[in-house]
Write a protein that binds this ligand. Sequence first.
Ligand code: G3P
Length: 269
Amino acid sequence: MTKTHNLPTLYNDNDDDFIIIAHRGASAYYPENTMIAFKKAVEMEAEMIELDVMMSKDGVPIVFHDAKLNRHTNGSSYIKLYSLKELKNLDAGSWFHPKFSDQTIPTLEEVLTFASGKVALNIEIKTEAVSNDIENSIEQKALQLVKKYGMRNHVLFSSFDYRAVQHLKKLDPDIPVALLYNRNQSRRLLPHQLVEQYNVDAFNCSYRQLKRKWMADLNKHKIPTFIYTVDSKRRMQKLIAGGVTGIFTNKPDLLKSVVQNYHLNSTTD
Ligand code: G3P
């Protein structure tokens, strides 16, 4: 029997079987993983926003990419050592440009409040926040919040840590989950074998990892495929022609124009 792959329903679907995903928001132009980057991504007509989720010391899911605060805030050391209140005092925008000094680290709840009814999300559970436990895990908390904000049908979860993927499917077998390809956990299996083994809905990898053999395998098995992080026009065109389901980009406006031109050209061919 062919497995059904559950994908999130888009609020603003371009109806072209392709998904424009703003990687950490419109992060080429705004500080990544901040509310302004997310709001601007929606204005640029991204169909989905990707964001990274970690946990504060007091167990609140927060939106941040790195394990340490140094690169993207005026704080230092590991994020897990700070409470939400402490994290909220940090400036998460000045590293990008002083005019964004009012940006703070968002909680997942803040982002869900903004996104609900507006834009689908790809919630990446960061490896640093994952453990062997399901109870009180970041996966469990994130899923509860997603449901609280009515976004269960509008999110795609993903993780490089295959334990998180398994936990999510155990908590809610129908919730859309993608495997973020991790070589160390994949034992040379082909994408379709991994997708089957972990019972996931999509396969995500870097454009650098995507081999021709993999693309053929993914197309043959009709597996939704999302490729990160692509900011070059030519690479976008190549991947769209290759049949990928969506692309993560820091420049959703550029991807939008590439997609539009691609469809214009293919209808006039
Ligand atoms: O989820 C796609 C992409 O964001 C994965 O890489 O390093 O940005 O978490 P990274």
